[in-house]
Ligand binder design. Structure first.
Ligand SMILES: [Zn+2]
Length: 348
């Protein structure tokens, strides 16, 4: 069984973007009320958007299920106000829910949160609860920089975030730390802002006692952990120098995915980080599209790198492909229980 823990609905039907355009246009009309979600998309449009894209890749690559969330770069939490973010998150999450109803074997939902710079997280806590208890989602994406490139808010370890962590612990769901677009021309979104955020989040966590306060909180740092595995010695040394616990302790709560798009990168990740802390992911139809001319295969076909990794035991491979995801996302147990009874055409 192979679970891809990191997919985005980047191919959502155009009506979703049309709503966003109308919603944000309203912001420019003084005195006009906010535009609640009014997205009209047929089941056939959803099927068509997935069959030709994510589902085709699932079948070609032998992936059983993808944990799907709204398009990350479109979260754009800096846009408008708290109501703008709430309506947009609801629209995007409701569409993910419809995907999971149409394809219950192939997709499970993770939600976007209605974060907004300078606002508290009450709406995010409520939306997380709605998505998990009402829509069957198994986790959330947390944007560590809702200013989208200017890092004007508090670090992930500040007590500002604690109400969200309390709700995550109560619901027993993890978060993927995932930034959105970048308004700062210094940081290209997928080429710099994403990897900067992954790296910055790890260092914030290293410096804090957030996991003393929340011993069961689980955070997934995507894109292979940013620069962290490559600079593992630096982080070990900094922890030692600053009187912080060894990294082993931090890694009880922190996990990296395999969205690393070449063999040497995956090999390094597997060599440096315990297989207990690595979750299979591709972010397919995400950051990097296209074929690697050196291999003749898609850059984001990350299964090839895991399969080709030398010295990886069958047990560790199974942890990375399946068991770690079930451990980090315990609500997947409900999916696994019903999986056998569901149609799953990805499995020959
Ligand atoms: Zn992503």
């Amino acid at each position: 069984m192979i679970i891809d823990c990191h997919g985005h609905y980047t191919t959502a039907p155009k009506a979703l973007d049309d709503y966003r355009a109308r919603q944000t246009a309203r912001l420019l009309e003084p005195g006009s009320p906010a535009l609640p979600p009014d997205v009209r998309i047929s089941d056939d449009e959803i099927r068509d958007s997935l069959e030709r894209n994510q589902l085709r890749l699932q079948r070609e690559r032998g992936i059983d299920m993808t944990i799907l969330s709204p398009k990350a770069s479109a979260m754009a939490h800096h846009v408008g106000n708290a109501t703008t973010s709430l309506h947009w998150a609801q629209a995007c999450n409701d569409l993910i829910h419809r995907v999971t109803l149409l394809y219950p074997a192939q997709f499970t939902g993770v939600c976007q949160l209605p974060q907004s710079p300078g606002h508290d997280l009450k709406a995010s806590v409520a939306e997380l609860e709605r998505c998990v208890t009402g829509l069957g989602f198994v986790g959330c994406n947390v944007n560590p920089d809702p200013s989208d490139g200017h890092w004007s808010g508090p670090p992930l370890t500040d007590r500002y975030w604690y109400p969200l962590y309390e709700k995550m612990v109560e619901l027993d769901v993890p978060a993927m730390i995932h930034v959105s677009c970048s308004c700062n021309p210094n940081f290209h979104h997928t080429g710099a802002h994403y990897l900067n955020a992954d790296t910055a989040a790890f260092m914030q966590l290293l410096l804090s006692d957030v996991f003393v306060d929340f011993p069961t909180l689980r955070l997934v740092i995507p894109h292979g952990g940013g620069a962290v595995p490559y600079h593992w010695g630096r982080y070990r040394g900094l922890a030692q120098q600053m009187g912080r616990p060894p990294l082993d302790q931090l890694m009880r709560n922190v996990f990296f995915d395999t969205c690393v798009y070449h063999q040497p990168g995956i090999d390094l990740l597997l060599k440096v980080v315990s297989a207990d802390n690595i979750l299979f992911a591709s972010e397919a139809f995400g950051a990097v599209k296209g074929i690697d001319p050196e291999t003749g295969h898609a850059f984001d076909d990350t299964r090839r790198y895991i399969d080709a990794a030398q010295g990886l035991s069958a047990d560790d491979r199974d942890k990375i492909y399946f068991r770690n995801a079930c451990r980090v996302y315990p609500r997947l147990a409900a999916w696994a229980d019903r999986h056998a009874a569901l149609p799953h055409p990805t499995t020959p």
